[in-house]
Design a binder for this molecule. Structure first.
Ligand code: ADP
Ligand SMILES: Cc1cn([C@H]2C[C@H](O)[C@@H](COP(=O)(O)O)O2)c(=O)[nH]c1=O
Length: 234
């Protein structure tokens, strides 16, 4: 019998996770602004895979403890148990190598917070044969690329961009407006801090936030108390 190994089987056997090689993995990416239904779509997909008898696991970033520590929770309250982790590469070891090898589907929520998203997806789908379903923000509150979410587009079998409803006019919302004056990229929050908006209301709303911050600059107490609801953006 030949002992020749392809680069793929060699990589998998070196890593000790070769059980699923030959079984092709997949990468499905769900993006959009906040409140677009990304977590809802992720849960629907993972639950349906589980109902079909496949072994599933869900991961979210441990940075996001808004609704629950060990569950993924949608904005309308649907829950699913998950592993809350600071990074993805620790998942196999924490989940257990044997259990990991039996997994068919891995769901990842809040993907923008994982620095090792690209490497994890490559390994999980290409080498370990997993179906990886990823939900995350494509853009931050300034509509800049957020984390590594856009980096995994070239790895993807499918990409779904969802929209929310603009909180001001009810049209389709593609963007997330931060209502407060904080400027750090990562700022955990819900409707208290963010609202989904259409293009027109993103541009108007962002101008209002910037103008208010400019006016209030020397007065940091008032600045941190400022909220968009108090200003008309139409
Ligand atoms: N402006 C809005 N547009 C759409 N859905 C909204 C809005 N505000 C609240 N929601 C609620 O948010 C739910 C989607 O939540 P979720 O799946 O957690 O979204 P995401 O993960 O994209 O932030 C909707 O089903 C709806 O009940
Ligand atoms: C726009 C934006 C969002 N965040 C944070 C806010 C929330 O905690 C999550 C997104 O949650 P969702 O499930 O998509 O509703 O990300 C951030 O840190 N920085 C931003 O610019």
């Amino acid at each position: 019998m030949s002992s020749f190994k392809t680069p793929l089987s060699l990589a998998a056997s070196v890593d000790g996770a070769g059980d699923r090689v030959g079984h092709s993995g997949e990468v499905h990416v769900i993006v959009g602004p906040m409140f677009a239904g990304k977590t809802t779509a992720l849960l629907r997909r993972v639950k349906s895979e589980s109902n079909s008898g496949r072994h599933v696991a869900m991961i979210k970033s441990s940075k996001d403890t808004r609704y629950a520590v060990n569950s993924v929770v949608t904005h309308d309250g649907t829950k699913f148990p998950c592993w809350a982790l600071p990074n993805l590469m620790s998942f196999r070891q924490k989940f257990g190598a044997d259990a990991y090898d039996k997994l068919d589907v891995i769901g990842i929520d809040e993907a923008q917070f994982f620095d090792d998203l690209y490497d994890f997806c490559c390994k999980a789908a290409d080498l370990d044969g997993k179906t990886v379903v990823i939900a995350g923000l494509d853009g931050d509150y300034l509509r800049r690329s957020f984390g590594s979410v856009l980096d995994i587009i070239p790895l993807a079998d499918s990409i779904t961009k969802l929209t929310a409803r603009c909180e001001i006019c009810g049209k389709r919302a593609n963007f997330t407006l931060r209502k407060t004056g904080e400027t750090e990229t990562e700022l955990i929050g819900g409707k208290d801090v963010y609202m989904p908006v259409c293009r027109q209301h993103y541009v108007n709303g962002q101008a209002v936030v910037e103008a208010v911050q400019h006016v209030l600059k020397p007065c940091s107490k008032v600045q941190s108390d400022f909220h968009m609801e108090e200003v008309a953006v139409v």
